[in-house]
Design a protein around this ligand. Sequence first.
Ligand code: CBY
Length: 434
Amino acid sequence: MRQSHQLPLVGLLLFSLIPRQQCEICEVSKEYYTALNPLISTMINSKYTKGIHAANVLLSLRLGGILNPNQEQQLIQQINTAVENKKPSLTSGQLTLAILALGACKGPDGISINYSELVGDLENKFQAEIKNMEDHDGNPLTNYYQLSLDILALCLFSGNYSITEVTKILDPESKNYYFHEQFSVDTGAMAVLALTCVKRSITSGQNKIDTTDLENIDNHVESLIAKILSQKTENGLLGNIYSTGEAMQALFVSSDYYNKSQWVCQKTRDTVLTEISQGAFHMPTATAQILPALMGKTYLDVNKDSSCVYDSGNFNISTQDPISVTPAVSASQIKVNYSVVINNAKDRIVVSVADGSVFLDVMEQAQKENATLFSFTVEESSWGPYITTVQGIKANNNDRTYWELLSNGEHLSQGVGSYVVHAGDDLEVRWSTY
Ligand code: CBY
């Protein structure tokens, strides 16, 4: 996690060599695919590409046609085992990602997964999300990002769902698109992909035409796209660097809803490539979520009936750990301030950690020094460790509470396992409501 790829040369190369013609889908051209090798190695070799967390990675690599059948088989095996052993405890979105990954295409043996069983399980998990919303003031068991993923998979894999109901759920005015009153671009993007799939199923005649549903879907997509574009930054990112890949996918599939002057795809792509060269993508999930867009693909390209494409020499994937040019953590120590904030009460400590340490190291050091005030627990998520309790107080989706991470008063856009701390930082975990 402390490793980062510094690929300035690759970034420069991509920057200068990519043709800059106008196009709706501005993928990286094939000749330069090799420059994506380190990203791919990160996905395949990382310690986080484990169990169910491998699903995002397999989905991305299959959409890109990057793997060889052997590598693919290993990932499939991991996901199958995780699904078999942990199905009841998987969240709806985790099960969905497994279905999307396993069913992204038809493997070389022509054997497909048992869709009907998995899709049936997903229908149940999706219903449980809706039931939770009814019982808990509109709050799902997980979140709207996962509900949108669920709807996308039910749509792509012919599951049962009511078009009218999902259209109502994904109303852009729902509070579930917002965290701290800030529109979540990741969530909006996933909802656009789900709604676009549903719309296509209506217009292609798979589902009965109801003009009110169709109109509502159109309005929702239009409004969500406007909200996504309103989060465009000066340098072309959509939200932040970690939401941009999926937002690009949403914009690829909905070009009827904005005009060319509102989004210059190439600018976004070039900024992403620069960020890649600066090491922003050392987590496999982050990488998995950016890669499809860079290759001109979207999750709507998942098609259980089309044969998988395998790497025909564009990539040279090593099974070695990706090379890191970041110097090993040096022995020098830095001091940082760390506080746990609950309402108006603040428990503060100054801790010493090795230069190059991440937020989690600071929390561990503080816990060592004072277990009463600074005890905490984490859960492994596909984005790395996620703080679930501090001082025994547990985050709860039913009341929209969580432990928020801040540095110098700023909300962080990385988790505890990734954020590298600096000397003198004022780090905070704050009991918050989103
Ligand atoms: N994935 C999910 O279910 C997560 C959906 C997501 C929208 C997600 C971002 C986007 C994505 N692409 O996966 C999301 N985060 C959600 C929904 C949430 C909420 C989780 C609770 C719930 N209702 O399900 C919540 C509480 C609002 C939240 N994220 C909190 C946090 C903070 C975690 C702190 C902790 N306790 O450990 C944190 C660190 C923000 C903070 N400053 O406190 C955070 N999220 C971040 C930074 C992120 C980004 C991760 C980027 C990175 N490099 O690590 C994120 C990509 C993501 C994961 N969250 Co939330 C958003 C972004 O910055 N673009 C599906 C599942 C199957 O995997």
